[in-house]
Design a protein around this ligand. Structure first.
Ligand SMILES: C[S@@+](CC[C@H](N)C(=O)[O-])C[C@H]1O[C@@H](n2cnc3c(N)ncnc32)[C@H](O)[C@@H]1O
Length: 205
């Protein structure tokens, strides 16, 4: 996936990546674009651990992450699965830039790519070509509205191969039924040790 900022050198990106500033920009996005951001702080390690647990450390395929924020989960996943390729997607341009900075700082450029745009656009670009084993998402489904949320779930289902897994966290159980309509094989696990507390959905295609 090509984007404007891919032209930036890793050095320039690293210079922009002050961890406190990136944290504050996430916080600001959480305040001014709350519906889209769905939280005011990035996910923390217990939730992230639950989100990435089903992906084997030796996994060599491609993982798609939707709603990647500034990369809290992406970086953990890249560290856990050193042979996996990760295609992350973030709609907020400020967070997308911070995500790229964090990737450059961690030295994950190349194996991990960021698509700065909407999940719907990314998934439609991927079309039927790819059949993935794992799609991970932090997108606040409840804030999308029913039609958009169901369209997104359909698009996720289309890119997953048979037996593939869609892993989603949310801060409420509001979307459980919606997800179940598209993924009847659904397991829900609480992640209390996060601020705010969350639930993780493991949906098998
Ligand atoms: C709850 S935050 C999760 C961020 C990160 N994954 C984490 O765990 O810290 C949800 C993220 O999804 C992004 N987002 C919301 N709607 C989106 C969409 N339609 N396509 C791509 N990203 C989206 C938001 O901008 C936000 O960064």
């Amino acid at each position: 996936m090509r984007n404007e900022a891919t032209k930036d050198s890793a050095k320039e990106l690293i210079a922009l990546s002050n961890p406190v500033a990136t944290y504050l920009r996430f916080f600001w996005a959480g305040l001014v674009k709350h519906g889209q951001t769905g939280g005011i702080v990035p996910s923390q390690r217990f939730l992230i651990a639950k989100m990435i647990a089903p992906i084997p450390e030796t996994y060599r395929g491609q993982v798609v992450e939707l709603g990647a924020g500034n990369g809290a989960l992406t970086l953990r996943l890249a560290a856990r699965c050193p042979e996996a390729r990760i295609l992350a997607c973030e709609i907020n341009p400020t967070l997308a830039r911070d995500h790229r900075c964090n990737l450059a700082r961690a030295g994950f450029n190349g194996r991990v790519e960021l698509f700065a745009g909407s999940a719907a656009d990314l998934l439609s670009e991927m079309g039927q070509k790819q059949k993935l084993d794992f799609v991970i998402s932090g997108i606040p489904l409840a804030n999308l509205g029913r039609e958009k949320a169901l369209a997104l779930l359909d698009a996720i289902r289309r890119v997953l191969g048979a037996g593939g897994m869609y892993i989603q966290f949310q801060h409420s159980l509001l979307d459980r039924r919606k997800i179940r309509t598209r993924f009847p094989d659904l397991r829900t696990v609480p992640a209390f040790l996060n601020f705010p507390p969350a639930v993780v959905y493991y949906a098998q295609r």
